[in-house]
Design a protein around this ligand. Structure first.
Ligand code: ADP
Length: 624
C-alpha cells in the first residue's frame, strides 16, 4: 500500500486554519469595538473591586455654586483666588495646587496685583498650565500662567486628563505632557513631590519620588499614563463661601495638600466621567484623586502588549491542541474549561492589580475553539464517509473475487461429480480431466495475480523479467476472450503483433486480457475489437480498440481509480467492480510503462499500453 500523505496535509490545513483564526482574533483586538468592550470590562471590574478608601491626604477648596453666586460669579474670580490663598496659607498646608490657568491679565490690573500679593509665601504653590494642540501635526503650545504669578510657583503642572479616552471616561492621566521644547509633569504629581520634598527620578519604565516607585512607563502617544484609582467616597472638600463665613474651617488645611478649583456646575464645563459611571465629578477632584492614588502607592498597571500577545497565542494553540488530541465530549468539556479560565483571567489579574484586556484573549479562545471544533467535526464526518465508502468497495471487491472464483470452481465441481457418478468413455474422461486441470490452474493463477499485484504495489516483490513475445501473449489472451466475444458476435482482429518486451508474463497477460474483456463487455453485439502492437519513436504501443459505448473526458480522468465505473457502463449491465483497470495501470507502471486512452461516447475507446524507449544501460528489450 502507498503511504498516505493525507494526515500531514490534513494537519497542515488544520494548523493553517487555527492560525488564521487566531491572527484574525488578535487583529480584532485593535478595533474600536474591542476597545469599548475592554473599557466596559475595566469599569465593571473597577466597580467590583474598588480601591480601599484610606484617610485622605489632600483636601479640595471648592468654588462651588454657593461661592460662585455669593462672590460675584465669573467677574469675581480674581477676588475668589485672593481670598482662597490668603486663608489657606495661614493654615500652613504642605502644598497648594490651583486648578485654574492664570494665563490672561485681568481687566482691572489692581486685582492682579492683589492676587500677586496673596500668592506670596504660599508654601509649595503649584500653578496650572494647559497644553493647547491646534493640529495633529504641531506639538502644541503651553498656555502658561502670567509671569507675575509664575514667580510665586514652586512648580507648574499640566491639567491634562484622559484625552485619548474613546468614551469620555477618565481612566488614566498622563503624568507628563510635552511640546517640542518643554515638558510638564501633571499638577497632582508636582503637588505630590513638593509635599514629599523629593525630586523626580526618571527611568523609561517608572518614576521614583523619595522611596516610592510609580510604574508609569514612557509609552506611545500618551506620556507615562497612570490609572486613577478613584475612591468611592469623594475627597473631602470645603466650600470657599463656608470658609469665608467660618474661618476656623481653615484648620483642616494644616499639613495637607490643598487643591483649589471650580466645582460649580453653572460656572464650568470641567466635569469628568469616572469608571463608577454615576454622574460626573469636577476636574479638580480628578487631580485630587490622582494625588491620593500616588499617596497610597498602590497602582494598577497594564499588562504589556507582548504579554497579551503571548497569552492570546498560547490560548489559541491550546484550543487547537484540544481539538487535535481529543474528540467528542472530552474535547468540548476541556475547551469549555479553557474558555472559563480565559474569561476569569482578567478578573484574577485585576485582583493582582494588573489590567488585562478582555476582548482579544476571549476572542482568541472562542474563535480558535469554534474553528478547531468545526474543522475536526467536518473532517471526522468526511473520514467517516470515506471509511463507509471504502467498506462498501471492499465488500464489492470481495464479492467480485468470490464471483470470479465461483465460475472455475463450479466447473471443477460439476465435472468431478460427472466423473464420479457416471460411467464415461475414456475420451470423455480425459476431456473432463483436462478441463478440471485447466480451470484449477486458472483459479491458482487468478489468486496468484491478485496477491502479486497487492505485493507489487506494496513493494514486497520484484517483477519477473523475461523476454516476452507480444504475439504469443496476445494470442493467449485473445483465445481466452473469444468465447465471451462470440456470445455477442464480436470479432477480435489481431493486426501487426511484432515485438518483444521484457517483463512479467503472467501479470502482462492479466493486463491485456482485462483490456480485451472490457472492450468486449462495453461494446454492442456485431462490432469489432482490434488488437495491434507497433513500435513508434522507440516506444512499443500495444493497443486494444473497440467500437463500444466509449467515455467522455471527465470519465476518462477517473477510470483508473479503484472501484470507479461509468454510468454508461453501469447502464449496459456489464460493469464489474471497477478495480480491473486500476490493477492494469499498476502492472503497466511496474513495467515502467504508462496507459494512454482515447475515447468518445458512442464511438468506442482505444486503450494503449506504452512502453518507453529503453535506456542505453539496459539491453534493448524490444526487437522488431
Ligand atoms: P470493471 O470491472 O467495471 O470493468 P475496470 O476497472 O476494468 O472495471 O473498468 C472501470 C470502468 O471503466 C468500467 O466500469 C467502465 O465504466 C470503464 N471502461 C473500461 N473499459 C472500457 C471500454 N473499453 N469502453 C468503455 N468503458 C470502459
Amino acid at each position: 500500500m502507498k503511504k498516505p500523505s493525507f494526515p500531514s496535509s490534513r494537519a497542515f490545513g488544520y494548523i493553517a486554519m487555527v492560525g488564521t483564526t487566531l491572527a484574525l482574533a488578535i487583529l480584532l483586538g485593535w478595533t474600536s469595538l474591542a476597545q469599548q468592550i475592554d473599557d466596559a470590562a475595566y469599569d465593571w471590574m473597577f466597580r467590583l473591586y474598588p480601591p480601599v478608601t484610606a484617610p485622605a491626604h489632600c483636601i479640595i477648596l471648592a468654588i462651588d455654586d454657593a461661592t460662585f453666586n455669593s462672590m460675584g460669579g465669573v467677574g469675581g474670580y480674581r477676588a475668589m483666588w485672593v481670598k482662597a490663598f490668603e486663608m489657606v496659607k495661614r493654615a500652613h498646608p504642605k502644598a497648594v495646587a490651583l486648578d485654574v490657568v492664570l494665563s490672561d491679565p485681568w481687566k482691572d490690573s489692581a486685582e492682579d496685583q492683589r492676587l500677586d500679593r496673596a500668592m506670596q509665601d504660599v508654601p509649595n504653590l503649584v500653578l496650572a498650565t494647559h497644553l493647547v494642540v491646534v493640529t495633529q501635526v504641531d506639538n502644541g503650545r503651553w498656555e502658561d500662567p502670567l509671569p507675575i504669578f509664575r514667580q510665586h510657583a514652586a512648580a507648574i503642572g499640566h491639567d491634562g486628563a484622559d484625552e485619548l479616552s474613546a468614551d469620555g471616561v477618565t481612566r488614566e492621566i498622563p503624568l507628563e505632557e510635552r511640546t517640542a521644547t518643554e515638558r510638564h509633569w501633571s499638577l497632582a504629581l508636582e503637588a505630590f513631590r513638593l509635599a514629599k520634598g523629593a525630586r523626580i527620578i526618571e527611568s523609561p519604565s517608572d518614576l521614583q519620588i523619595g522611596d516610592e516607585v510609580i510604574p508609569a512607563a514612557r509609552s506611545g502617544s500618551i506620556g507615562r499614563p497612570v490609572r486613577v484609582l478613584y475612591t468611592r467616597t469623594p475627597i473631602p472638600s470645603v466650600s470657599l463661601k463656608d470658609l469665608v463665613d467660618n474661618p476656623q474651617l481653615a484648620a483642616q488645611f494644616n499639613g495637607r495638600v490643598v487643591f483649589i478649583g471650580v466645582t460649580s456646575i453653572s460656572a464650568t464645563y470641567d466635569r469628568v466621567a469616572t469608571p463608577y459611571g454615576e454622574g460626573r465629578i469636577p476636574g479638580v477632584e480628578v487631580h485630587a484623586q490622582l494625588f491620593e492614588t500616588l499617596e497610597r502607592g498602590r497602582f494598577l498597571t497594564d499588562a504589556s502588549n507582548l504579554a497579551v500577545l503571548g497569552f492570546c497565542v498560547s490560548v489559541g494553540v491550546i484550543a487547537g491542541l484540544i481539538f487535535a488530541l481529543l474528540s467528542g465530549w472530552p474535547a468540548y468539556v476541556t475547551a469549555a474549561g479553557l474558555l472559563a479560565i480565559v474569561t476569569a483571567s482578567p478578573f484574577l489579574l485585576f485582583h493582582q492589580n494588573i489590567v488585562f484586556p478582555f476582548f482579544s484573549p476571549l476572542a482568541s479562545a472562542w474563535l480558535t475553539a469554534v474553528a478547531a471544533a468545526s474543522y475536526q467535526h467536518f473532517v471526522v464526518r468526511r473520514a467517516l464517509r470515506r471509511a463507509q465508502t471504502e467498506t462498501r468497495h471492499y465488500q464489492q471487491a470481495i464479492h467480485f473475487v468470490t464471483h470470479e472464483m465461483r465460475t472455475p470452481l463450479t466447473a471443477i465441481q460439476g465435472s468431478s461429480e460427472l466423473m464420479g457418478r457416471y460411467n464415461l468413455s475414456e475420451e470423455k474422461r480425459k476431456q473432463i480431466a483436462d478441463m478440471i486441470n485447466q480451470e484449477s490452474k486458472r483459479l491458482a493463477r487468478m489468486i496468484q495475480t491478485f496477491l502479486d499485484v497487492e505485493r507489487l504495489a506494496d513493494g514486497q516483490i520484484e517483477l519477473k523479467r523475461e523476454a516476452v513475445q507480444v504475439r504469443e501473449i496476445v494470442e493467449v489472451c485473445v483465445a481466452r476472450a473469444r468465447p465471451l466475444a462470440d456470445r455477442k458476435n464480436i470479432e477480435i482482429v489481431a493486426q501487426a503483433l511484432d515485438g518483444t518486451f521484457e517483463g512479467d508474463r503472467e501479470l502482462m497477460e492479466y493486463a491485456i486480457y482485462n483490456l480485451l474483456t472490457n472492450a468486449v463487455k462495453y461494446s454492442a453485439p456485431d462490432t469489432q475489437v482490434t488488437v495491434a502492437c507497433r513500435l513508434e519513436a522507440g516506444q512499443l504501443r500495444l493497443s486494444v480498440q473497440d467500437q463500444g459505448v466509449g467515455m467522455d473526458a471527465k470519465e476518462l480522468r477517473q477510470i483508473f481509480q479503484k472501484f470507479y465505473r461509468t454510468k454508461r457502463a453501469e447502464a449496459s449491465g456489464e460493469a464489474g467492480t471497477g478495480i480491473g483497470l486500476s490493477i492494469v495501470e499498476q502492472i503497466v507502471q511496474q513495467h515502467g510503462g504508462k496507459m494512454d486512452v482515447s475515447s468518445q461516447p458512442g464511438w468506442g475507446s482505444c486503450f494503449t499500453i506504452v512502453f518507453p524507449a529503453r535506456s542505453a544501460s539496459r539491453p534493448p528489450a524490444v526487437s522488431v
